[in-house]
Design a protein around this ligand. Structure first.
Ligand SMILES: Nc1ncnc2c1ncn2[C@@H]1O[C@H](COP(=O)(O)OP(=O)(O)OP(=O)(O)O)[C@@H](O)[C@H]1O
Ligand SMILES: [Mg+2]
Length: 156
C-alpha cells in the first residue's frame, strides 16, 4: 500500500468468531494513521494526497444507510483504503447494503480494500448474492482463517 497507494487489490479475511479479524483490521487502520501521512500521491492535477482510510463496521453501516446517510458511500468509493469489518453481520432485509456493496466493490476493483467476514466462502453466493460473490474474486486475495482457534476462548 505504501509503495503503490493507487494500485490496490481486495484482501478478504474470513473465519470464525475470535479468529482475530477485527484485530487485524484495526491494526491496518492504526498503521495507516501512523504511517499514512508520509505516503504522498497525486490522483488529480495539483492535488497532493496522503494515505488515509475509511473504516466501517458493517452492521453500523447498514443502520446508517437505513437512516438515509447516503453521503458515506461516496467516501467509501474514493478513499485510498477502505476497511469493512464484519461483512454479513446485521440485518439487511431490503438488500440495500448488498446493492451499495456491489457498487462500491465495482468502483474499487483496483483500490486497496480490506473486508472481514464470518461467512465461509461456500456460502458467499447465497448470503451476499451472486454479483457481490463474483466481485470477491476480482483482483483479490483470500485468507481463510477457519482453522484458527478462538483467541478469547484460548485465553480464558
Ligand atoms: N494476534 C492476536 N494477538 C493477541 N490477541 C489477539 C490476536 N488476534 C485477536 N486477539 C484478541 O482476541 C479477541 C478476538 O479477536 P477479534 O475480535 O479480532 O476476533 P474476530 O475474528 O473479529 O471475531 P468476530 O467474528 O466475533 O468479530 C480480541 O480480544 C482480540 O484482541
Ligand atoms: Mg470482529
Amino acid at each position: 500500500m505504501a509503495r503503490s497507494p493507487l494500485a490496490g487489490r481486495l484482501l478478504l479475511l474470513s473465519g470464525e468468531s475470535g479468529s482475530g479479524k477485527t484485530h487485524c483490521a484495526k491494526a491496518v487502520r492504526e498503521w495507516i494513521r501512523a504511517a499514512g501521512g508520509s505516503v504522498k500521491f497525486i490522483r488529480r492535477v495539483n492535488h497532493v494526497e496522503s494515505l488515509s482510510c475509511v473504516f466501517w463496521h458493517w452492521p453500523a453501516l447498514l443502520d446508517t444507510l437505513k437512516n438515509g446517510g447516503w453521503d458515506v458511500v461516496e467516501d467509501m468509493m474514493e478513499t485510498p483504503c477502505l476497511i469493512i469489518d464484519e461483512l454479513g453481520g446485521g440485518h439487511d432485509p431490503s438488500a440495500v447494503g448488498t446493492d451499495k456493496l456491489c457498487q462500491i466493490l465495482s468502483r474499487r476493483e483496483r483500490r486497496w480494500t480490506l473486508v472481514t467476514t464470518n461467512i465461509v466462502q461456500s456460502a458467499w453466493e447465497e448470503k451476499f448474492d451472486r454479483r457481490v460473490a463474483s466481485r470477491f474474486f476480482r483482483n483479490s486475495t483470500h485468507v481463510d482463517l477457519s482453522d484458527v482457534p478462538d483467541f478469547s476462548l484460548h485465553a480464558a
